[in-house]
Design a protein around this ligand. Sequence first.
Ligand SMILES: Cc1cc2nc3c(=O)[nH]c(=O)nc-3n(C[C@H](O)[C@H](O)[C@H](O)COP(=O)(O)OP(=O)(O)OC[C@H]3O[C@@H](n4cnc5c(N)ncnc54)[C@H](O)[C@@H]3O)c2cc1C
Length: 348
Amino acid sequence: MLLARGANKIDFINDVRVRFPDGWSLNFRSDVYTFTCSRRLLEDVILEEVRKHKNIKILDGRKVEGLLADNDRIMGVKLNDKSIYGDLIVDASGRNTNTPRWLEELGFGKVRVSRINSYVGYVTKIIQLDEEPECKSIIIFPKPPDNPRMGVLLKIEDQKWMVGALGINKNYPPTDNDGFLNYLKMLEDDSIYKFVKDSKPVSKPYSYREIGSKRYHYEEINMPKNLLIIGDAGTSLNPLYGQGMTIAALTSLALRKYDMKEIVKVSNFPWLLGTSEDFRWSATEGEKPIITKFIQWLVHYLMLLSTEDKEIAYRFARVIQMLDTPTSLLKPRILFKILYKSIISLLS
Ligand SMILES: Cc1cc2nc3c(=O)[nH]c(=O)nc-3n(C[C@H](O)[C@H](O)[C@H](O)COP(=O)(O)OP(=O)(O)OC[C@H]3O[C@@H](n4cnc5c(N)ncnc54)[C@H](O)[C@@H]3O)c2cc1C
C-alpha cells in the first residue's frame, strides 16, 4: 500500500550513504530494508488500513480526559461527554501522556520517570532537487565534541525529497534559507549542502526544539489490571536516532504478551543507545545510566569498523534498525574485531 502510493523501499546498507563521525559506512547489497515517505503518507495509509476493519470504531476529534477505575482494575476512559468501558485499555497517546498523573490521582502510586535532555533542535523542509543523488538517502552524523550538527536528505513520494538539519547541545538550526544552507555546509561533509543549495522549496521549514528523552518506569509499580501503555507514552526518545516509530510498532506487537514488564523491555536497548550518545555532549542533563561509558565505547568502534568491515557494517545496521537484538553483536568474532581495533587505536 505504501509502495503503491509512492513510498520507496530502500536497502539501508546499499542505498543510504551514512557518514559516521570517522568516515562513510560501507555500501553493499543487503537484506536490511527500510521505507521512506512523508509522515503524512505513512499516517494516511495506516488510517486507511485500520478503517478497513469493520469491528474497529474510530471516534474522531475526541479527547480522553481520565481513566475509570474500580479497585485494582481500569474499567474504561472518560471523554468530555461520555464514558467508554472496555476489557483492555491501551494508552497510545504519545509523549504528553496523562496516564502517570491519572494513576497517581487514582491511588496506584507515583510512576518514576527518567528524563534526559541533550537540547536537540530540528528544521525540516520538503524540496525538489535539480540534480538527484544516486543513492536514496544521505545521513551525516554529528562528530562529538566539536561538530554538533547532523543532516538528513531522503527521497520521499512524488519526486520530492525531505531535508533535515538537526542540532544537539543547544545548537539549533536556523529556519531562514541562508542560515539553513549555511548550517548544512557546516556538517562533517558538505554533500547534502551541494544537493540542496539550488533546490526548489515545496514546503516551508518546520522547526522543533528541545525534545528530550523520557521514560516511565511502569515496571516498578503494581500496574492496575486491564491497562497497558505503548509507544511514546511509555518511552519517548530523542528523535535524532530515529527509533521512535519502530518502538511504537514493537510495543504494539508486545501487547499480545499482556504484561507491562514485557512491553517496557522493548525500549531497554534503544534507551541506552540513544541516551549514551546524548551524554557525549556537555549540555546534556539527566540521570546517566551506569553503563553509558561502555555503550559509548562499543558504539564508537561499531561506527568506526562499519567504515571498513562488511560484517560489522551489516550486523550494526541490523541492530540500529531493530531487526536484531544487541546480543547479536556479542559474538566472539565481532568482539574480537572491536577489541583488536580499540587496542590498535590506543597504541597508535
Ligand atoms: C521532530 C521529530 C522527529 C522525529 N523523527 C523520527 C524519525 O525519523 N523516525 C522515527 O522512528 N521516529 C521519529 N520521531 C518519533 C516518532 O514521531 C514517535 O516515536 C512516534 O510518533 C510515536 O508514536 P505514538 O503512536 O506512540 O505517539 P504519537 O505519534 O505521538 O501519537 C499519539 C496520538 O494520540 C493522540 N492523543 C494524545 N492525547 C490524547 C488524548 N488525551 N485523547 C485522545 N487522543 C490523544 C495524539 O493526538 C496523537 O494522534 C520523531 C519525533 C519528533 C518530535
